[in-house]
Design a protein around this ligand. Structure first.
Ligand SMILES: NC(=O)c1ccc[n+]([C@@H]2O[C@H](COP(=O)([O-])OP(=O)(O)OC[C@H]3O[C@@H](n4cnc5c(N)ncnc54)[C@H](O)[C@@H]3O)[C@@H](O)[C@H]2O)c1
Length: 342
């Protein structure tokens, strides 16, 4: 996380937010929390963080905090989160989760904010899919899920337009408490893991598990859980990745070092595009190609750029390595293309 310094967390006095703040206190970042304590708790607010009792709807005050403290990254968790309450009070849910997100994003525009992480939910997926990933069918059933999906769309549009790196995490059920023993799940009476813990310490001898006609060995449903501390660390990793990627891609920089052949940038529509180094010797070769061949090469380079975005962390490839690979294979790519198109 070398590239981040001042991080703002909305909902930092809540269950997940307090765990992310705790994880962040082990880094060198300054931490700023915005929370209106509607479902959060004063006792969950970490003493090492700066706290603002504020509603995310208040664009003006948030913007002031961002500008005064040179916030570079926002982790947005503040939301109304109960599925049941969402069905009862849809207007409140849309206002808090969708308008709240838009107002927060508006406060980030044209500021020091470079990175934005959003807590979304698996509740946006269509029911009945066994395994889900980014490409699975989306069709939220609940009002809560619908508000989160709308917020996702706003984040994508506004962040792309304003050149803010963003990441959206769709969590499943979160459970557990920090090993520090200082924070944990408070206030959520009906959480299965909370009930199990209470039962272990004999505060609540009977636990009810609902559902008996699912296609499982005991008829109860399968549930997915993630430990809250793992989730907190994932946020730190994601933040590190999106902030460092920006350095690798040199977003919007029109200056290319002289030994690089190309660089990937984003245009105003948020699409990836290539900027060629016209001084590079390969540029003269590229220039001799037919329009169709040029397009082919551009597509290959861009697709490498996109896959790098996903795999960069494991593979440790950077733009300059890829250029080498591509340049070495340049002749083969073209030869094959010419053969296929004869
Ligand atoms: N807990 C889960 O299992 C789970 C699963 C998927 C997604 N999420 C998402 O994670 C995020 C955090 O959830 P949580 O479980 O920690 O809930 P939480 O209720 O403990 O935390 C939410 C925090 O946001 C604050 N808040 C709400 N509205 C606000 C507003 N308008 N202005 C300022 N602060 C406001 C609350 O006071 C609270 O501290 C939410 O966005 C939720 O949708 C949680």
């Amino acid at each position: 996380m070398d590239k981040t310094k001042n991080i703002l967390i909305t909902g930092g006095a809540g269950y997940i937010g307090s765990h992310i703040v705790e994880a962040l206190t082990k880094t060198k970042n300054n931490i700023f929390i915005i929370d209106n304590l509607s479902t959060g708790f004063k006792k969950l607010i970490n003493k090492k963080a700066f706290f603002f009792d504020l509603n995310i709807l208040n664009t003006k005050k948030i913007r002031k905090i961002i500008l005064t403290n040179q916030i570079d990254s926002v982790i947005h968790l503040a939301a109304s989160v109960s599925i049941g309450a969402g069905e009862k009070y849809p207007k409140i849910y849309f206002r808090n989760n969708v308008t709240g997100t838009i107002n927060l994003l508006n406060a980030c525009k044209n500021s020091s904010v470079k990175n934005f992480i959003f807590s979304s939910t698996a509740a946006i997926y269509k029911d009945g899919q066994k395994i889900v990933n980014e490409n699975s069918k989306i069709s939220p059933k609940s009002v809560y899920g619908k508000t989160k999906l709308k917020a996702e769309k706003q984040i994508i549009t506004i962040c792309k337009k304003n050149k803010i790196n963003y990441s959206i995490l769709r969590y499943f059920n979160v459970c557990g408490a920090s090993l520090s023993g200082k924070i944990g799940l408070i206030g959520k009476g009906d959480h299965l893991f909370k009930n199990i813990s209470s039962s272990v310490i004999k505060k609540k001898p009977i636990i009810k598990i609902y559902g008996n006609n699912y296609n499982t060995s005991d008829g109860t449903t399968i549930r997915d859980y993630i430990h809250v501390s793992d989730l907190a660390n994932i946020h730190l990793e994601v933040l590190r990745k999106i902030s460092e990627d920006a350095r690798k891609y040199k977003l919007n920089s029109k200056k290319i070092s002289k030994n690089k052949f190309f660089e990937i940038s984003y245009n105003d529509k948020g699409e990836m595009e290539l900027i060629f180094n016209e001084k590079h010797s390969f540029f003269s070769q590229y220039n001799k190609l037919e329009k169709k061949e040029k397009k082919l090469i551009e597509n290959i380079l861009i697709s490498f750029g996109q896959s790098m975005e996903i795999f960069d962390n494991e593979d440790k490839v950077v733009v300059s390595d890829l250029q080498e690979i591509l340049i070495q294979n340049w002749a083969n790519i073209l030869n094959n293309y010419v053969k296929e198109n004869k």
